[in-house]
Design a protein around this ligand. Structure first.
Ligand SMILES: [Zn+2]
Length: 244
């Protein structure tokens, strides 16, 4: 069979990475692992760790590395991740990224995708973003606004951590501050791809699929052929153009 598909989705709040991670997970039959969802579940269940983490998230702060690494390590030990996984919301720091490399040692290649969206558009998107109160699906940005979840019929609500303007902007600031070192950590890797999230969700999905293909297919032919295949992906120059 094919190699496992291990993917990290990086991107600001409201960049669309959650939606794209869900689509990719469904298309490839692998779990989407959102650390935000895991922490919210833990908080809802009243677990002390979850409640502590939720308080931090509600203020727009990051949860500490040790807690996050522990959660992800435990999750990646479950058998449903054998064919791969999509991580959404982790790693957020270089220390977490280094820990993830240790956790994944020997588990196949890691594809890192950055979804890049200009800050003005992120702010605008946060005004409207809604999520299902039951299954936590993001509202489909292309579908007409509805109070009911298209997937499970649950009630659509504004995410608590998006609702307050101050928290909202703070989350963007936290991302702007925390992400450059993380992107620097991954950028030089051959399996790093940056794609524009400022497009329709379908176009982003298409770009995401070809980005993944451009990483995966070169490994079929080893060596110089692999390099040639890789050049068909987004060029370094176009990646730089998308940077702020
Ligand atoms: Zn739902």
């Amino acid at each position: 069979m094919t190699q496992p598909l291990n993917v990290i989705m990086l991107g600001a709040p409201a960049s669309g990475k959650g939606t794209q991670a869900e689509r990719l997970a469904r298309a490839r039959g692998i779990p989407k692992i959102s650390t935000g969802d895991i922490l919210r579940d833990a908080a809802q269940a009243g677990a002390p760790l979850g409640l502590k983490a939720k308080a931090l998230i509600d203020r727009g702060e990051l949860v500490d590395d040790e807690t996050m690494v522990g959660i992800v390590k435990e999750r990646l030990q479950r058998p449903d991740t054998a064919s791969g996984f999509i991580l959404d919301g982790f790693p957020r720091t270089v220390a977490q990224a280094e820990a993830l490399d240790r956790i994944l040692n020997g588990r196949g290649p890691l594809i890192v995708v950055e979804l890049w969206v200009p800050k003005e558009e992120l702010t605008q998107r946060m005004e409207d973003r809604r999520v299902c109160s039951q299954c936590r699906s993001n509202a489909d940005p292309e579908a007409p606004a509805s109070d009911t979840c298209a997937r499970c019929g649950g009630k659509m609500v504004t995410r608590a951590d998006d609702g307050d303007a101050t928290v909202r902007l703070h989350r963007l600031d936290v991302y702007s501050r925390e992400s450059p070192p993380l992107l620097d950590f991954y950028r030089q890797r051959p399996a790093f791809r940056s794609i524009s999230g400022a497009q329709s969700p379908d176009q982003v999905e298409a770009d995401l699929m070809s980005a993944i293909e451009s990483v995966q297919s070169p490994s079929v032919g080893v060596g110089s052929q692999g390099r040639a295949g890789r050049d068909q992906g987004p060029s370094a120059a176009s990646e730089r153009r998308m940077r702020p």
